[in-house]
Design a protein around this ligand. Structure first.
Ligand SMILES: Nc1ncnc2c1ncn2[C@@H]1O[C@H](COP(=O)(O)OP(=O)(O)OP(=O)(O)O)[C@@H](O)[C@H]1O
Ligand SMILES: [Mg+2]
Length: 260
């Protein structure tokens, strides 16, 4: 028996009506992502990265083709079933955070845990806030937090239920180098400890390099699917590998990073 890929896209496209014409945002995307893979999605602004991520999460529906999670075509699910699948299986970090403004940071992190009726919800929320360096800021509302702090709350919220799939749209886009590195450590730790499937949209070569696979999107199409170990640039000597030494040394500066 073969197991279904954790996520699959079959001929996925997304178009929108625009001024009497059809605006094609994404076309003909076919790919499979295995359980436990880490994938970076790269491409110019407007190329369709966020759209693709939203489709993988079932937040948006394709106009063509099918997205499957663990072999289940998402179009076969009604809104309730889709919401349940998302709550249980998919953590999502939005490019724009999408924290609930009338809830504190701690309440934002707590909400998905309470929806899942987690007995240890409060302790887990506090642990997560501490892991993203915001133990002292839990009582603050999103409007009282900086962009980077809101992004870290959004990460903590997504990690909370330990989802088997974590999709993050530029999760380090608003963070300084050190906070970004810590957030990534958290993401990759989650993957190592729990076999989480990670899909990250990023413009940052350092983030892309940490993923085992890179999907390049251009003009709404998947133009390149590159894995570690592939021939092209797989000798580790490509331009992206040049500042590895510096990246390693930056570890020394880590204080308060979550332990193993
Ligand atoms: N609801 C919408 N209505 C009209 N156009 C849209 C809509 N959603 C996305 N688009 C368009 O689709 C294209 C792809 O958008 P998307 O947000 O996926 O890009 P992106 O690759 O994530 O870009 P960025 O790096 O700037 O975040 C853009 O040209 C965008 O303007
Ligand atoms: Mg985007």
């Amino acid at each position: 028996m073969t197991t279904a890929p954790r996520i699959a896209c079959r001929g996925v496209g997304k178009s929108l009506p625009s001024g009497g014409r059809e605006l094609v945002i994404l076309q003909d995307v076919t790919l499979e992502i295995a359980a436990g893979e880490s994938v970076a999605v790269l491409g110019p602004s407007g190329s369709g990265k966020s759209t693709l991520l939203g489709l993988l999460a079932g937040l948006d529906r394709p106009t063509r083709g099918s997205v499957l999670v663990d072999g289940t075509p998402l179009e076969s699910l009604d809104e309730d079933a889709l919401a349940l699948l998302r709550r249980r299986s998919i953590g999502f970090v939005f490019q724009s955070f999408q924290l609930l403004g009338n809830l504190t940071a701690r309440e934002n992190v707590l909400l998905p845990l309470e929806l899942l009726r987690r007995g240890d919800a409060r302790a887990r929320a506090d642990e997560l806030l501490a892991q993203v360096g915001l133990a002292e800021r839990g009582h603050h509302y999103p409007s009282q937090l900086s962009g980077g702090e809101q992004q870290r709350v959004a990460l903590a919220r997504a990690f909370g239920p330990r989802p088997p799939i974590l999709l993050a749209d530029e999760p380090t886009g608003n963070l300084d180098a050190e906070s970004g590195r810590r957030a990534l450590d958290l993401l990759f730790e989650l993957r190592e400890r729990q076999g989480t499937t990670l899909v990250l949209v990023t413009h940052d070569p350092q983030v892309a390099r940490r993923a085992g696979r890179r999907l390049h999107v251009q003009g709404g199409r998947l133009v390149r699917d590159e894995r570690d170990g592939d021939d092209a640039g797989a000798d580790g000597r490509g331009p992206a590998a040049q500042d590895d030494g510096r990246a390693q040394n930056a570890d020394d500066a880590a204080s308060g990073a979550p332990g193993p």
